[in-house]
Design a protein around this ligand. Structure first.
Ligand SMILES: Nc1nc2c(c(=O)[nH]1)N[C@H]1C(S)=C(S)[C@@H](COP(=O)(O)OP(=O)(O)OC[C@H]3O[C@@H](n4cnc5c(=O)[nH]c(N)nc54)[C@H](O)[C@@H]3O)O[C@H]1N2
Ligand SMILES: Nc1nc2c(c(=O)[nH]1)N[C@H]1C(S)=C(S)[C@@H](COP(=O)(O)OP(=O)(O)OC[C@H]3O[C@@H](n4cnc5c(=O)[nH]c(N)nc54)[C@H](O)[C@@H]3O)O[C@H]1N2
Ligand code: SF4
Ligand SMILES: [Mo]
Length: 600
């Protein structure tokens, strides 16, 4: 008898696909009935996750021990005066956060800030007050979809069916697969999206195509925004972006007087100015009246916990997730992450991890961080435990069901329960009651759980917590990284730290990996016209470090860019340990790179 069960993919991905398990985890398929999955899973789930070698044995000081002995060592480590929990996004289930409850009780420290989407989120909050997810059914209704710094075919493949029959505009420094199919691709210079949004807004005012009726009601400060756009000089900015009036005109044809959705990805905001970029894009959308209407809006990474009462919210001390100095703690628990590779400026990160007396790694796979750990605790994967999965890409909430039982690893709930018992702490509820607590807060629609804050058309009544605020346009912009003097009429001079001889670093995701899980890489992609032979070795250097990588030609790149995917060994030696001006986000692309051929 085939025992059919369902669960959902918990990897850190927009899609959160629903999975049908026919007969054990080797027989998984996408759920054809699910509104997102379209019946297909990606190769990461069909292949990589099954091939990846799990950590099976707990380790203490490199010696294999029983789980009981390893947990005893974890307990001892948490008896030390100072401890930190650094959590990655290896599993998107809400139960990952249960360890907060223990950290709070031992007076430990948690992190704030983001390696991912925090800058953009901050910019959205400034304009709209809340970061609501645009429902997928609205994307289906659009006439034009603008894909702005998101590599949909790689990172968000299940969006593709929603894009059928749309006019597609792509804004990306790379001629991505979707850019090749697009009606219009603007191969923009990296880190200029703010200026592009402001220029488009300026032209919309010039030709009087703004949605005045909507603006009067929901964004009445639009006259001030007009003044702000006028401070920006057209000619030098278009030249700097690498575009012209013809391109702007063509782009406007896809934007004015129609239903438009912007799919904005993390690519536009891997910079100190990332929040301003999202706010400028939001301001452009507002000018066109794209909020609160059918088939319109901005789809970015939404705040999936919005509207939930989180039972794992605690009031601990926190430090930056991006620039943490691990050496300040006696004990560091790394859960579901690989900071030694995924945090920026990894040379500095590794040095500080090496100084930690008790580094505990709690995860599935061996990686740069697990190799440094004194205590290694194997985790259970998402097929082996119960959980609830929210999504930053859509409104659906799923229950994760235990599909298979293995002797390997421990769940986050059992890990926490062990420590509560070991420290004689009370107050931990049953696993089932936490899961029920999350699910019971959801709305239900056609048999699916959905976010409690779901609205068919977000911002239809207005902005802010209560929906009675106005939209707030961007009103200033500050940038220390490039010389902005020539772009503005009123701003003061800034020191020009940029050397145009150097390359921009693009460091997006790979289709072979989920961040640093699964296949790793060792390549730098560069345009063949730069004259470096495929297979030769280049040394890449930035102000923060160097890494040697093998050349791979890519004709889809601009001549001023190098592309190194984030699963590449050592890529973050090049990136700066700084946080964005708002949102405390990592700024992986705020760096320029020199290259030199390694002889021999
Ligand atoms: N250069 C560059 N760097 C980047 C990025 C980039 O684009 N470029 N992207 C950034 C972004 S967006 C992100 S989100 C971060 C991601 O960075 P991290 O959050 O550090 O994620 P990973 O490196 O994928 O590590 C995830 C680990 O989680 C563990 N794991 C998986 N499932 C479970 C589980 O159920 N329980 C436990 N305990 N462990 C589990 C696995 O062992 C895996 O090694 O990287 C950031 N770093
Ligand atoms: N296969 C796979 N899927 C994943 C992941 C993975 O590792 N592998 N990671 C998941 C995670 S954690 C996240 S956060 C999401 C992120 O998914 P995406 O939002 O798609 O993010 P990235 O892949 O980092 O980059 C997106 C695009 O931005 C472009 N870009 C870079 N710089 C700029 C710029 O200055 N301006 C503009 N306009 N574009 C720019 C890049 O060329 C790239 O095409 O993907 C998730 N999905
Ligand atoms: S990684 Fe993303 S696309 Fe692949 S199965 Fe999981 S949720 Fe779906
Ligand atoms: Mo991410």
């Amino acid at each position: 008898m085939i025992n059919e069960q369902t669960t959902v993919c918990a990897l850190d991905c927009y899609d959160a696909c629903k999975i049908v398990v026919k007969d054990g985890i080797d027989t998984i398929e996408g759920d054809t009935c699910h509104p997102v999955g379209n019946g297909a899973l990606c190769t990461l789930l069909n292949k990589s996750i099954h091939e990846a070698e799990r950590i099976e044995q707990p380790l203490v000081d490199g010696e294999a021990v029983s789980m009981e002995e390893a947990m005893e060592a974890v307990k001892k480590a948490f008896e030390k005066p100072t401890s930190l929990l650094w959590r990655g996004s290896g599993n998107m289930g809400v139960m990952q956060e249960i360890t907060n409850l223990f950290i709070e009780r031992v007076n430990g420290t948690l992190t704030h800030g983001s390696l991912c989407d925090g800058a953009g989120d901050a910019g959205i909050l400034e304009g709209r007050g809340l970061n609501r997810t645009l429902p997928l059914e609205q994307i289906k209704e659009a006439d034009t979809v603008v894909i702005w710094g998101r590599n949909v075919t790689v990172t968000n493949a299940h969006m593709m069916p929603f894009l059928a029959d749309k006019k597609i505009v792509v804004i990306d420094p790379v001629k991505t697969a979707i850019a090749k199919k697009a009606d219009f691709h603007l191969q923009i210079k990296p880190r200029t999206d703010y200026y592009l949004a402001i220029m488009l807004a300026r032209f919309i005012y010039m030709e009087d195509s703004q949605d005045t009726e909507w603006l009067e009601e929901f964004a009445p400060e639009y006259e001030d925004f007009y003044g702000f756009t006028q401070e920006h000089r057209i000619k030098p900015i278009l030249e700097y972006i690498g575009t012209d009036l013809g391109d702007m005109g063509r782009m406007l044809n896809y934007l004015r007087h129609q239903k438009v959705v912007f799919l904005v990805g993390t690519g536009v905001q891997k910079y100190s100015t990332g929040a301003s970029t999202l706010r400028a894009i939001d301001s452009l959308a507002a000018l066109l009246g794209l909020f609160g209407k059918e088939g319109c809006g901005i789809h970015y990474l939404g705040n999936s916990q919005l509207g939930f009462d989180n039972p794992f919210a605690v009031t601990c001390k926190t430090v930056s997730k991006v620039v943490t100095d691990f050496s300040e703690y006696d004990t560091v628990l790394v859960q579901g992450g690989n900071p030694a590779a995924s945090m920026p400026n990894s040379t500095r990160v590794c040095e500080s991890l090496d100084k930690v007396e008790n580094l505990i790694y709690f995860g599935l796979y061996e990686n740069e961080t697990s190799k440094k750990a004194k205590i290694v605790i194997p985790a259970k994967n998402f097929f082996e435990k119960e959980d609830v999965r929210l999504s930053y890409g859509h409104q659906y909430v799923h229950k994760l069901n235990k599909i298979t039982e293995t002797p390997i690893g421990i769940s986050e709930y059992d890990f926490t329960k062990y420590l509560f018992n070991a420290f004689n702490l009370e107050g931990l509820e049953s696993e089932a009651s936490y899961i029920e607590g999350w699910l019971s807060q959801c709305k239900k629609e056609k048999g699916e759980f959905i976010s409690p804050i779901y609205e068919k058309i977000p911002y239809a009544d207005g902005f802010g917590e209560e929906g009675d605020d106005e939209f707030e346009f961007i009103e200033d912009y500050d940038d220390d990284f490039i010389n902005t003097k020539r772009f503005t009429k009123v701003r003061t001079s800034k020191k020009n730290k940029i050397d145009d001889e150097k390359y921009w670093l693009l460091t997006p995701k790979s289709n072979k990996a989920l961040n640093t899980q699964f296949k790793r890489d060792n390549k730098v992609q560069i345009h063949p016209d730069k004259g470096y032979e495929e297979g030769s070795i280049l040394r890449l250097s930035s102000a923060y470090g160097t890494v040697e990588l093998e050349v791979k030609h890519n004709e889809n790149l601009r001549l001023d860019c190098l592309l190194v995917t984030n699963n590449t060994l050592g890529v973050n030696r090049l990136t700066p340990a700084i946080v964005s001006d708002e949102g405390e986000n990592a700024c992986y692309q705020e760096v320029k790179i020199e290259i030199e051929k390694v002889e021999g």
